[in-house]
Design a protein around this ligand. Structure first.
Ligand code: PXL
Length: 285
């Protein structure tokens, strides 16, 4: 029987407003990957609601890791995302160190639209670079890329030359592969761009413009990307899969005129993720 790949997902569980584990578990499961959640916090609703109750689970992480080591669990991927305290950076580093053969994915969740999320302190943002340093793959959005590089959030469309410079500078912080989502490029384009430092290749996937943004979009993108890479997709193929599915669910949500806090209406669309078809709408830049 084919082995099912296992991902340790170090992420929060938010009851309302699809994001983090409530996106990652169904999406990766539909792609045939087992998600083993390591909850960083439990929230009544994600932070975008402004009002929410949250239980920080920092003290759960080390005992959980010790248990997995005792069970001799082998994870194929360790994937970190929303963190509740700067101390959790140390626990994530321990997870990455404990499973050296796993694909290490860091979604440096810190903010969006040029602003940091409500619970993200300056210290937590500063320490995120320690995780980026040990990652194989990082998936920042433009806000997070700017924070990691110590740059201002670009209010103007970016040139391809500048985007490539950001990708290379980010990869020099440690990760072999860097994928940045939601970049506004010159020529009224929004794109997802990727860089593989081993082959020194750059990829761009143009996104269809939808005049709305929804919570959990980054989690959706990263989950589909990971699912593809664990099925041995090449980077541009996995990016293509992730862009297409994310875009499709954004469009459906927009057509239903849902508030952005609800997240993406993906539940009826999961069957699309089971397809093995490899797409090639990407282009080198
Ligand atoms: O999708 C990022 C995210 C994850 N988890 C929580 C959040 C957010 C973004 O707002 O609040 C709790």
């Amino acid at each position: 029987m084919k082995e099912i790949k296992k991902v340790a997902a170090i992420q929060d569980l938010s009851g309302i407003g699809r994001c983090s584990l409530t996106v990652i578990i169904p999406v990766l499961s539909a792609m045939g990957v087992q998600v083993c959640p390591v909850p960083t916090a439990v929230l009544s609703a994600h932070t975008g609601y402004g009002e929410f109750v949250m239980r920080d689970l920092t003290d759960f992480m080390t005992p959980a890791l010790e248990h997995y080591k005792k069970l001799n669990v082998k994870f194929d991927c360790v994937y970190s995302g929303f963190l509740a305290s700067s101390e959790q950076i140390d626990h994530c580093l321990e997870f990455f160190k404990s499973f050296p053969d796993a694909l290490k994915v860091v979604d440096p969740v810190m903010g969006d639209g040029g602003k940091a999320y409500a619970t993200y302190t300056k210290e937590l943002c500063e320490r995120m670079s320690e995780l980026v340093a040990v990652a194989d793959i990082i998936t920042p959005n433009l806000t997070e890329a700017a924070i990691l590089l110590g740059e201002e959030y670009p209010e103007e469309p970016m040139s391809t030359v500048l985007v490539k410079d950001w990708l290379v500078r980010l990869s020099r912080k440690g990760a072999k592969i860097v994928v940045i989502t939601s970049i506004t490029l010159e020529g009224e384009k929004v794109a997802t761009v990727g860089y593989d430092s081993t082959s020194e290749s750059f990829w761009e996937l143009e996104n269809v413009l939808v005049p709305a943004q929804y919570s959990g979009t980054g989690d959706m993108f990263a989950s589909v990307l990971i699912g593809g890479l664990l099925k041995d997709d090449e980077l541009p193929v996995a990016m293509n899969r992730a862009v297409n599915f994310t875009e499709h669910t954004v469009r459906i949500t927009y057509e239903h005129n849902r508030p952005w806090t609800d997240g993406l209406m993906f539940e009826g669309e999961l069957s699309q993720l089971t397809s093995q078809q490899k797409l090639c709408d990407y282009k080198p830049i």
